[in-house]
Design a protein around this ligand. Sequence first.
Ligand code: NDP
Length: 276
Amino acid sequence: MSDRYAVFGNPVRHSLSPRIHALFAAATGQDLTYEAVEAPVGGFREAVLAFRDAGGRGANVTVPFKEEAYALCARVSERAQRAAAVNTLSFEAGGAVVGDNTDGAGLVRDLTQRLGLDLGGARILLLGAGGAARGVLGPLLLEGAAEIVVANRTEARARALERAFGGLGRVRACGLAAIPPGPYDLVLNATAASLAGEVPPLDEVVLAGAPLCYDLAYARDGLTPFVAWARGRGLRAEDGLGMLVEQAAEAFALWRGVRPETAPVLAALRGGAAGQ
Ligand code: NDP
């Protein structure tokens, strides 16, 4: 029987993960199935443990369950601990649930491998202070970023991240209306604004001279509201579909011990050949 994997979320109907992992499995000759499971809010733990008990080998976790997944684990990786969130679960032979967080590594890989950015010494503006921002801060710092300004609509949440990651003095917090002047080497939109069809209220002067603006949100045509807004101002901008594929590849490698190629999968998703 094929090994079983799944993504747990709510809603999860539109998740691209089953398609991505099916493409990885086909390309690497791995015998597995990967399904989307919509767990009821309040019922995540039961749903995951039932899947494990039915023979599941591992799972991805998406909104809104990443913090619950962290709490469920017997052990977590160092990067998951820093993020206080888990997006990848593995079920050990004895049943222990082990957690990792591949979101930050996925972002770093997309930025450095596909988009050719050198993050060493970079000055980064990170918009947003939710789960995604928390998950990418540690990996960006490990990659050698010199300074990360975390700007959030609710300034207190940015301050909390500054306290959590500020030990080396490389993380600074502010509100969206008080962003220190650029130029920044990279502007990351880790707010959920694009999901509501909005762009964070920004003084566009702070983006001037940024070689790359990157929206963690994604759209099949790549044109999220933030990407369209930034390109409309003459800036280079990319959406987060590459990050999604890279975080999936990192999870696949953890589970299967083989790292799939990501470029053909990203091209398939962009081309519309892939779907839900
Ligand atoms: P959270 O709900 O945890 O955080 C949302 C953040 O967005 C908060 O900082 C919130 O500010 C801010 N925000 C929401 N709406 C607006 C707005 N209209 N203007 C300004 N700020 C706003 O979400 P996540 O951190 O989980 O997700 C953030 C984004 O990252 C989403 O678009 C998600 O799709 C994307 N993502 C992409 C991944 C990928 O693989 N490409 C992986 C994970 C996430 P406040 O604190 O004031 O409420």
